[in-house]
Design a protein around this ligand. Structure first.
Ligand code: PLP
Length: 395
């Protein structure tokens, strides 16, 4: 790995841990059974491995194994939760409440349901990215079926007051879904304390493989499948189970739970050191996101007057970072999350000047100074160029 830039983009994805890979390998080899073909030993062993993984994923979030539906990832889980609840309620005019800074997997699903006739209310967030439970309450009507609020934001890390929102939903008989992708494995999570009815998870943000995720579905909550076929996963998600992926997800969940008391705290100390170095070394920087209610690994910094994509390119040899969600990075649209937390005429430029640092297990204290120096040099260069650019524009 030497010679490669320091990887600080763990909110986009994480590497598969060696122990996760080791757990997965047999299921690509001799253990190739179909977990639904349980008339023979091949299938029985695969089914047993899936059951064990289901227990580990359930344990990470305080759920029961029967409440876990394996999917292809959180995009599918979000779609299944939101569409599945809306379709399950056919006959009622559905109303869904969500927030302005949800992942596209939630926002685009709500948008497509709106085009199909559902009513959707998108609640704003404050300048730290926090949603006010009172705003959620005001948005609810007699027709509200579902409230979907993410547990922690993928770009700025702000952690939402889910227990309060969950309580409001309970009182009103409304279901609560949460995209818990960035929080699971990084924050203790208990579906009962948070009063969640549905929650989306994905393995690749917690050192598991890509292409496997889960939907937590509280027992008794009605859901229509979006993938129909042979009826795997309790007829809620058809398709032959991805046994190696599911085994890897189970192992990743187990490791995340095992290290919950130590690893997030270690990353938080690094994150705070990173911000302290950046803010003392570079002028004109702002911290985007909540100062304290924030994921332990996430730091989002606005570099005033700088296009984040240019800075990322200049610093690319030193650090692998991103300007926002993986889907939006590499384009010039700016971040809708930063736009949603910004106020006034600066919102547009703020949305283009943010860089996200997603720390992870591989990051260490001694990497920090090198990354900060590379950014400081990049910022100096870009700010020195800015007057020239303006002069050229004026000609
Ligand atoms: N939700 C959030 C908050 C995410 O950060 C992501 C991944 O970027 C997703 C959903 C999509 O997850 P997946 O890549 O498993 O489809």
């Amino acid at each position: 790995m030497s010679g490669r830039p320091v990887y600080m983009d763990h909110n986009a994805t994480t590497p598969v841990l060696p122990e996760v890979l080791e757990a997965m390998l047999p299921w690509f080899g001799d253990e190739f059974g179909n977990a639904s073909s349980t008339t023979h030993v091949y299938g029985k062993r695969a089914r047993q491995a899936v059951n064990e993984a289901r227990q580990s994923v359930a344990a990470l979030i305080g759920a029961r194994p029967e409440e876990i539906i394996f999917t292809s990832g959180a995009t599918e889980s979000d779609n299944l939760a939101i569409r599945g609840v809306s379709c399950a309620a056919t006959g009622r005019d559905a109303h869904i409440v969500t927030t302005a800074i949800e992942h596209e997997a939630v926002l685009e699903t709500c948008q497509s349901l709106r085009e199909e006739g559902c009513e959707v209310t998108v609640v704003p967030v404050d300048r730290h990215g926090l949603v006010d439970p009172a705003d959620i309450e005001r948005a609810m009507t007699d027709r509200t079926l579902l409230v979907s609020v993410m547990m922690a934001n993928n770009e700025i890390g702000t952690i939402q007051p889910l227990a309060e929102i969950g309580e409001l939903c309970r009182q009103r008989g409304v279901l609560m879904h949460s995209d818990a992708v960035q929080a699971a494995g990084r924050l203790p999570m208990d579906v009962d304390t948070l009063k969640m009815d549905l929650a989306s998870l994905t393995a690749h943000k917690m050192y598991g493989p890509k292409g496997v995720g889960a939907l937590y579905l509280r027992e008794g909550v009605g859901l229509e499948p979006i993938l129909t076929g042979s009826g795997q996963e309790g007829s809620l998600r058809s398709g032959t189970l991805n046994v190696p992926g599911i085994v890897g997800f189970g192992k990743a969940a187990e490791v995340a739970l095992r290290d919950m008391a130590t690893e997030p705290a270690r990353q938080q100390a690094l994150r705070d050191r990173l911000w302290s170095r950046i803010s003392s070394r570079i002028d004109g920087v702002v911290l985007n996101g909540h100062p304290t209610r924030r994921l332990s690994n996430t730091l989002n910094v606005g570099f005033q007057g700088i296009e984040s994509e240019s800075l990322l390119m200049l610093a690319a040899d030193a650090a692998a970072l991103s300007s926002g969600s993986a889907c939006a990075s590499g384009n010039a649209r700016g971040s809708y999350v930063i736009r949603a937390i910004s106020r006034g005429p600066e919102a547009e430029s703020a949305s283009r000047s943010a860089i996200r640092f997603g720390l992870g297990r591989s990051n260490t204290e001694h990497q920090i100074d090198g990354v900060v120096e590379a950014l400081a040099r990049g910022v100096e260069r870009l700010r020195a160029m800015a007057p020239t650019v303006r002069a050229v524009d004026a000609v």
